[in-house]
Design a protein around this ligand. Sequence first.
Ligand code: ZN
Length: 283
Amino acid sequence: MTVRQPPDLTYKHPKCYANSRGGCSTKISGEHYVSHALIKLYTFDDPSVVIKPTANYRIPVDIKPKNFVANVLCTRHNNDLSDADSTALDFATFLRDIAIRYKNGGGEWGPAETIEVSGDDFQRWVLKLIITHAAADVFTEGDGKRVTTIIPDESIDLLLDRAEWPRTWGLGVTGNLSNSHLKFDPFTRAEVVINEWWSAQPLIKHDPRTLLGGIVDLAGVSFTMCIFNQSEALLHDDKINPLLGVLQRPDSLTWILDGVPKTIQFRWNDRWQHRPITFTMHR
Ligand SMILES: [Zn+2]
């Protein structure tokens, strides 16, 4: 009879960014910068298709999906985040399918549709994407130099669902359409869900350089992520402020055309307020 060894909960893999409280496996996962399922979806499962990061994301381009890995998470911690990955895939697939049928307005909008996804898992996916990029030192400055940032331990506790999100931290979407930093339209320019379907930009505090969050675009929608109290930033009326008018943790996102809604309903387990957001489209 064999007895399964309990996992060594104290082991910290030196290359795993989530090692702050141990619990690592001894293998590194080869984590993709973007969840591998998403890469497959958007490249139609063709391994020869090349991923081209968008202009504001300046890692070397023309990396094949197979090689598009960061090696910054152990397999156990990567597995702990698989629900987050599948939630992002559900979100992107829903919007992408609608956009492809709609053909920039030349096709069919179709009937009312709703998808329900876990807001908690989606929030963790956005955080994971930003931390993975930061841990792999792929964010660059104006001169192309790679930026090394400290990843705060609190962000790992939130990522692995070990801590409750403070009310003023976390995911957000635009609540002020004059904020030109944040996208909200997956449908009138199909490129945003087909070619330019994701990007990530960090928010970094200097001296010492510390990761504070970032902005992730997925399938034509921008999501802000703050691992700090964003209350003041939401009100700061300055053109360079990407957080102006952000609404935190929406209850739902709905796009309406000719009275017909397409809705992403988020499920939340936290005790904070969640409000629905509706974008009314015009032909
Ligand atoms: Zn680990």
